[in-house]
Design a protein around this ligand. Structure first.
Ligand code: ZN
Length: 143
């Protein structure tokens, strides 16, 4: 795997390692603050609302609603050009955080803002599995 020629692999660091480890196990982790009890995503070692460092991982339900999306027709960076066209989206997790992601197993003509979604997982390298979303109730596996 020639990772230096890829632009889709995350930089996995200490504070995000548990998130990526869980994604490999098909679990979506978010962080909950023990002080103000709000949840956040992306992972941070402190609460972005009250700055407490009393932050713990919790497993999200995997349910979300579609906030917005865009069909990407042009992206010359590998490996994205091999995936064209693809659906970039922002979704609202049931728990609250708004997350940037990709949509799979759906045609853009079937998308509606606010529609229910569920998490799915795409393995993009031997070490990295990425959470993506698809319409709730989809039975087809993520591509
Ligand atoms: Zn807090």
């Amino acid at each position: 795997m020639v990772s230096e020629n890829r632009h889709d692999l995350p930089t996995i660091e200490g504070e995000s390692q548990p998130f990526w480890d869980a994604a490999k196990e098909h679990r979506f982790l978010i962080a909950r603050c023990g002080s103000c009890e709000r949840v956040h995503h992306y992972p941070r070692p402190f609460c972005p609302y009250c700055w407490s460092e009393d932050v713990a991982w919790v497993e999200a339900s995997g349910r979300a609603t579609l906030y917005t999306y865009s069909t990407v027709f042009m992206n010359d960076m590998p490996p994205f050009r091999d995936r064209l066209p693809y659906l970039a989206a922002v979704v609202d997790l049931e728990e609250g955080p708004r997350v940037m992601t990709n949509l799979v197993d759906v045609d853009s003509s079937d998308l509606e803002i606010g529609m229910p979604l569920e998490v799915a997982y795409q393995q993009i390298s031997p070490d990295v599995t990425v959470p993506v979303f698809r319409p709730a109730g989809s039975s087809a596996p993520a591509a």
